[in-house]
Design a protein around this ligand. Structure first.
Ligand code: CIR
Length: 274
């Protein structure tokens, strides 16, 4: 069973951390509706959607990807690079402890999950304003015993490595080569984002389908031209907070035999409402 762990949009989202974008008004009700549509999309693609406990006072809590890296063997609880986001990890750790042994990053290390691109036994990690050398070294020490290789990657122009590049197929990446060099990712084919859509590199691969923002039709056409199935979602209000489609969930295979009973089963709830 595939689990998509999500977290509710906080009523304080408009006070989110911002790095590259100007602050714009955010309509919370619309953001919540878009988030619900995103969860529905993941459920339709076969995920069991579970919500970590809500954190109304933590503006960026919806961007749960940044708080952990869930591998088959272990979950790494990060230490987010924005101080305002560091309290987000406690409840996520509690939730993930049901499924994985935990390893927690410590000061002075910082690392955001949005900087970690997981391709097989390699974790490419963006060196960013959020993920520092100490955080990357701690991640390497934690995952090396499980046979993973950690490769730091330089990039520019955006918040996280995965704002610039993500996986869209078993051996295919989608990315903005103005922000990150394709040849870093050995053995992977590369689809360029459309020039008019520099932020279009963030896609969420689920099985063979790519969950993708409605806002990037030109890049979507490029994916479809490669034979990649795409399901679009409108995440426009979340994008104002510098969020994309990867950052609103943590995807992982459940441990066989472990029941997710302490958590809200969003899919079941949605089915009841139909
Ligand atoms: C932040 O600045 O941390 C949030 N406003 C946005 C985080 C988006 N996370 C992601 O793309 N992984």
């Amino acid at each position: 069973m595939f689990i998509a762990l999500t977290r509710a949009v906080s009523p304080t989202l408009a006070q989110c951390a911002l790095t590259h974008l100007e602050r714009e008004p955010i309509d919370i009700a619309v953001a919540q509706a878009q988030h619900a549509q995103y969860e529905r999309c993941l459920a339709e693609l076969g995920c069991t959607v579970l919500r970590a406990p809500a954190a109304p006072d933590l503006p960026d809590a919806v961007f749960i990807e940044d708080t952990a890296i869930v591998l088959d063997e272990v979950a790494i609880i990060t230490r987010p690079g924005a101080a305002s986001r560091q309290p987000e990890t406690a409840a996520v750790a509690q939730t993930l402890a049901v499924y994985r042994p935990l390893h927690t990053l410590e000061p002075p290390g910082t690392l955001d999950g949005g900087d970690v691109l997981h391709l097989g036994r390699v974790l490419y990690v963006g060196v960013s304003s959020r993920s520092n050398a100490a955080g990357i070294a701690q991640l390497r020490a934690a995952v090396t015993p499980y046979g993973y290789n950690v490769i730091p990657v330089s990039f520019t122009g955006c918040l996280h490595l995965k704002s610039a590049v993500t996986r869209v197929g078993p051996e295919t990446l989608l990315g903005n080569r103005a922000w990150v060099a394709p040849d870093v990712f050995t053995g992977m084919a590369w689809v360029d984002v459309a020039p008019a859509e520099p932020h279009a590199g963030n896609a969420l691969l689920l099985g063979e389908t790519v969950v993708y923002p409605q806002a990037y039709p030109q890049t979507r056409a490029r994916l479809e031209a490669q034979g990649i199935p795409v399901k679009t979602v409108d995440v426009g209000e979340l994008a104002k907070a510098e969020g994309g489609v990867t950052c609103c969930s943590l995807l992982f295979i459940t441990t066989p035999g472990v029941a997710p009973s302490p958590f809200k089963r969003v899919r079941e709830e949605m089915e009841e409402k139909r």
